[in-house]
Write a protein that binds this ligand. Sequence first.
Ligand SMILES: [Fe+2]
Ligand SMILES: [Fe+2]
Length: 310
Amino acid sequence: MQATMQEEETERYARCVAASKRVRWSIDEDVIRHRTFDTKQKFLPDGLSKVKDFTFLSEDEQRYLSQVQGRTYANIFGLVERYIDAKVLELSREHWFGDQTALEALVRFSDEELKHQELFRRIEKLVGETMPPGYQFRPQPNDVAEVVLGKGTWAVLALTLHIELFTQMHYLQSIKPDENLSLLFKDVFLYHWKEESQHAILDELEWVRCDRNTSSEERDKGVNEFIELAVAVDGILQMQAGDDSRYFADTCGRRLSSEEREQLEKGLLRAYRWQYIISGAQHPHFIKVLTNMITDAQADRIQSALSTLM
Ligand SMILES: [Fe+2]
Ligand SMILES: [Fe+2]
């Protein structure tokens, strides 16, 4: 690699380290501050929850559905951060005796994801105190990590950049501008976004670095594995849409007809696919980085696989 390119990369890692130090926050002193969740407000904004599409629900019921979805939203991040952290620690090995700035950036990344997992565990506990019993979140972080980390690094980093870019887009486009959200919920994702901004840059640096050492056969396999991971994510979303629709139906305060229950589950799956698969896959920067690495035929393969999830 040319010296200038190496210097440029070190500079980008250094900017991530500096930003990470600048925005560093604490769960109790900055985010929670002894607050609890205000159930008079929505949690997840309409742009993500799509609750306005559930026309058979009253306004109060739509607000409650946004809270159920918000609880799942926090749990999904806590879930995937387990595998992300393990992958980041694994990648850091490649910098042990190399670029020490890159190593520092990844160590901070890992430390932040450990803190985020703790934050989301705390949030689940706090939300649980204000919502009726019966909520279930069955996917286990270690099981998900085993499946994801069973794939090659190329595909794992594709999934990770996708997640960390949509995290930022969700915050900036939907959560931040919404005036009617629980302030605590909003702050959780404000602080999370502050650190995720650096993670997405690091994912891209690591993915591009990995891609440089990837043969075209390996890359083709990586494309297939990325599709398999999106399908695996969809399996989790189908299960959670089922669990959340049952929980909502049991706790919303009235008896839903079987047709309404069916619409509820379908609508939740649509919203979850939008949140965790489609919004990221359509992210302009994700598309830009990805298409720089793959052939048109590989891009078509991804496109047609994802279109079955829309
Ligand atoms: Fe995170
Ligand atoms: Fe992250």
